[in-house]
Each structure stands twice: as structure tokens, then as C-alpha cells.
Design a protein around this ligand. Structure first.
Ligand code: F6P
Length: 366
């Protein structure tokens, strides 16, 4: 009976609980034993009760819960070989040699590295006398499958990450609320949204709420963006608009990579356009809360696919990441997916904005 563990790692995202539920239940339905690792990689290092067997009813009602009920953490110990050795030992103790990880690109890369290192970790467990050859014999290969949980929608090769549509929905609701008060006072609002290096949330929030101007890391505004933005906002006002909404991605910058902050935008709108302007940073409200229907569905279908991928894997199969591509749940190479994503970040750093946008095509819908 295969033992499959599921873990959430990195920033939480709505839908992660749905993914854990699906992995647990599909594992049990396939005649295997399911485990949950609590508190991300820290739980692997700590072992004991942090790696718990999960029964069917343990995940009852989890589809509609926000955050991640099995916890997540940034784990320094796992960055060191000693920590990973302890983690391998803890997994072997529980009989686990397959791990499904729901997290962002950093967490997924760490998982694949762990898999690559696994045979040498197992050798070290034997040579150091922590385990016998007999004990480690059935655990010569570690199986890793990635699920992408992130509100940022920042993994190239998948159209949507688990959590991004819930977050977008929350942002739209918040902007709708702000719209009402902005309209009443004829005010301008500068809204900062999350997304680290990825402007998907900002762009789609702008499209979905009819914002006046949007600042994205991948596609910075023109050299004279100050005049451009003020002129567009001014024109909208002349046409009778009573409110102004400017969305700023948290990683927004100009073409020279100088940060564009919400306060800079506010000052321009106040001093150059003469608008009574406020700044609202939506913050972690965008990340918590329940998952929307799309994220519940995505998490469930992908969780099921992850278990199938585990059961079909051979030691030679490269670690897959479960994606959604043109509405189909598909497996892609985990390492390639992370690499393409990293290339976009490198293109932004090198000021190759056209290249960065091209690299995001799958997410922005061209
Ligand atoms: O989950 C990704 C993200 O939401 C980014 O958009 C943001 O920069 C970051 O998390 C903030 O996370 P934390 O407050 O946990 O460091």
C-alpha cells in the first residue's frame, strides 16, 4: 500500500484546502494511505505528529475553508542538508516516498531538488547508522508532484494558479466598495494590489473594474508616464467621470526599474490633476478568505490528477507540475515550468519588457 503525503508551502492561497482534501481522498480511493505534513517543510524536518495520517472524514468541509488548515511556514532548516537528511529520515519512518506539494515556484523548486538529492540522503542515513540497508530498500526513489497554489498567478505554463481567481474576486469587490465612496465625493483612489513580480492581478482587476490606469511590472508605462497618466485621467473627468481608479501592482516600476509607489501616483493626481486622492493598500485581505467556485474546482481536479501522476510515475519520470492549459488539466515538467517563470523575471530585470510580456502570454491570454 503506497503512502502519499500532501503539504502546503509558501504563501497560503484560497483553494489549498480543497487541494489537500482532493489528494487525501483520491489517495484513499486508490487504496493507498494518505498523510498530511503540517507547517510546510518545517513539518517534514520536525516529523512525529507533524506528519499525520489522514482519513476520509479528516478533510470533511475543507472545500469552503480559507487559508491552509495544515499550515505553512518559511523553513530555514530545510535549506541545509542536515535538515533535509532529518526530513528524509522522518519520511522513511512513516513509510512515505511520495510527496504532493501545493505552493509557489520556490516551494516547488525546493521539492524537486530534494528529490534529486534523495538517493544520496538515503545513502547517508545508512552510512551514518541512522537506518539499515534493509529499512531503506523500499525507499530508493522519492516521487514529487507539484500543484501551484499562489494568488499571484505567477507560474508560466499554467493558465491559472490555485487561488488567483478568489483573490481577483476579492480585489474587484473591494474596488466596487471604493467606487461607491469615490463616486460620492468625486475622488480619486490609488489601489495597491499584490503580485510581487507578476502583474496579472493588477491587470485583470483593472479590466474587471474599468480602472483609469494600471501599473504593471512586466509592461511599465512610457518614459513620460506622469504626463500620460494625468492626461488620461483628466480626459476621463472632462467626459463626465466622477471617480478615478488607478491600480498599482506592488512590484510596479518605470522603464528604468525605479519603483512607482502608490504615494507617487497620489501626489500626481492631487497636485497635477487637482483631485482629492486617497491611497488604499488592499494587503492580505486579498489572500485570505474562502475560495471561489473556480478555485475549488481547479484544486479538486488538480489534486485528483496529482495522485494519478504519483501512481503512474516511474523512477525515470521527471517531477510533474499539474497545470491547466486551455481548460484542460495537464501535467507539465516541473523544472521547465519554474525555469520559464524565472526567465520572465530575468527579462524584467534586463528591461526586456516585450520578452517578459511574451513569456506571460499563457497567463494574460495573449
Ligand atoms: O502569495 C504571494 C504574495 O501574495 C505576494 O503577492 C506578496 O508579495 C507576498 O505574498 C506577501 O507575502 P508575505 O506577507 O507572506 O510575505
Amino acid at each position: 500500500k503506497k503512502k502519499i503525503a500532501v503539504m502546503t508551502s509558501g504563501g497560503d492561497a484560497p483553494g489549498m484546502n480543497g487541494a489537500v482534501r482532493a489528494v487525501v481522498r483520491q489517495t484513499i480511493a486508490s487504496g493507498c494511505t494518505a498523510f498530511a505534513v503540517y507547517e510546510g517543510y518545517q513539518g517534514l524536518v520536525d516529523g512525529g505528529d507533524m506528519i499525520k495520517e489522514m482519513k476520509w472524514e479528516d478533510v470533511r468541509g475543507w472545500l469552503s475553508e480559507g487559508g491552509t488548515l495544515i499550515g505553512t511556514a518559511r523553513c530555514m532548516a530545510f535549506h541545509e542538508r542536515k535538515g533535509r537528511l532529518t526530513a528524509a529520515n522522518n519520511m522513511i519512518e512513516k513509510g512515505i516516498d511520495a510527496l504532493v506539494i501545493c505552493g509557489g515556484d520556490g516551494s516547488l523548486t525546493g521539492a524537486d531538488r530534494f528529490r534529486g538529492e534523495w538517493p544520496s540522503l538515503v545513502d547517508e542515513l545508512v552510512s551514518s547508522g541512522m537506518r539499515t540497508e534493509q529499512e531503506v530498500k523500499p525507499f530508493r526513489h522519492l516521487n514529487i508532484v507539484g500543484l501551484v497554489g499562489s494568488i499571484d498567478n505567477d507560474l508560466s505554463t499554467t493558465d491559472a494558479t490555485i487561488g488567483c481567481y478568489s483573490s481577483l474576486q476579492r480585489i474587484c469587490q473591494a474596488i466596487d466598495f471604493i467606487d461607491a465612496t469615490a463616486f460620492s465625493h468625486q475622488r480619486a483612489f490609488v489601489i495597491e494590489v499584490m503580485g510581487r513580480h507578476c502583474g496579472w492581478l493588477a491587470l485583470m482587476a483593472g479590466v474587471s473594474t474599468g480602472a483609469d490606469f494600471v501599473f504593471l511590472p512586466e509592461n511599465p508605462p512610457s518614459e513620460n508616464w506622469q504626463e500620460e497618466m494625468c492626461s488620461i485621467v483628466g480626459k476621463h473627468r472632462e467626459l463626465g467621470k466622477r471617480k478615478t481608479i488607478v491600480v498599482v501592482a506592488e512590484g510596479a516600476h518605470d522603464r528604468d526599474l525605479n519603483a512607482i509607489s502608490p504615494n507617487m501616483v497620489k501626489d500626481l493626481l492631487s497636485n497635477k490633476v487637482g483631485l482629492d486622492t486617497r491611497v488604499t493598500t488592499l494587503g492580505h485581505v486579498q489572500r485570505g478568505g474562502t475560495a471561489c467556485a473556480y478555485d475549488r474546482m481547479l484544486a479538486t481536479l488538480q489534486g485528483v490528477e496529482a495522485v494519478k501522476a504519483v501512481l503512474e510515475a516511474t523512477p525515470e519520470t521527471p517531477s510533474p507540475v499539474i497545470c491547466i492549459d486551455e481548460n484542460k488539466i495537464v501535467r507539465k515538467g516541473l523544472i521547465e515550468a519554474v525555469q520559464i517563470t524565472k526567465d520572465v523575471a530575468k527579462k524584467i530585470e534586463a528591461k526586456d519588457f516585450a520578452g517578459a510580456m511574451a513569456g506571460r502570454d499563457a497567463e494574460f491570454g495573449e
